[in-house]
Ligand binder design. Structure first.
Ligand code: THU
Length: 140
């Protein structure tokens, strides 16, 4: 869904852009930044970090959520994702799964190179997600 940007959304997107500008994407040259907001308003931003083995590279979104979790956060409200691409940068499948499990059904903001803003709930990007509920027979 395309939408107008509020001031707090704009702050989150700015944090993601600032992170993207520090990206370590030496091999793909595809810079990504993510800014994850905890319920208490704290923002955890990160960028993609690539490895010469390629497969050991890591996406911005997963680094952001791990950074927040290891800082003691457990409740989240939203994440902004930006890249240099013309089109919206949507989170990869692995990031959708990890975000859903660790951050819950948060709002995901994506911007394109023209500055258009799109917002989707994570559950609509990852319908019927596999979660610990299935794994633990209904217990969470
Ligand atoms: N990447 C991210 O950081 N997040 C995404 O949502 C998509 C892809 C990174 C991984 C890799 O470093 C580069 O972008 C190209 O795939």
């Amino acid at each position: 869904m395309l939408k107008q940007m509020t001031t707090s959304e704009s702050a989150l997107i700015t944090a993601a852009r600032e992170a993207r500008n520090k990206s370590k994407a030496k091999f793909s040259h595809f810079r990504v930044g993510a800014a994850l907001e905890a319920r208490n308003g704290d923002i955890y931003s990160a960028f993609n970090v690539e490895s010469s083995s390629y497969g050991l590279s890591m996406c911005a979104e997963r680094i952001a959520v791990w950074k927040a979790i290891t800082a003691g956060e457990s409740e989240f409200s939203r994440i902004a994702i930006v890249s240099d691409a013309e089109d919206f940068c949507t989170p990869c499948g692995a990031c959708r799964q990890v975000l859903y499990e660790l951050a819950g059904d948060i709002r995901v903001y994506m911007t394109d190179s023209k500055g258009n803003l799109k917002a989707e709930m994570l559950s609509s990007l990852l319908p019927d997600a596999f979660t610990s509920k299935t794994l633990l027979n209904g217990r969470d």
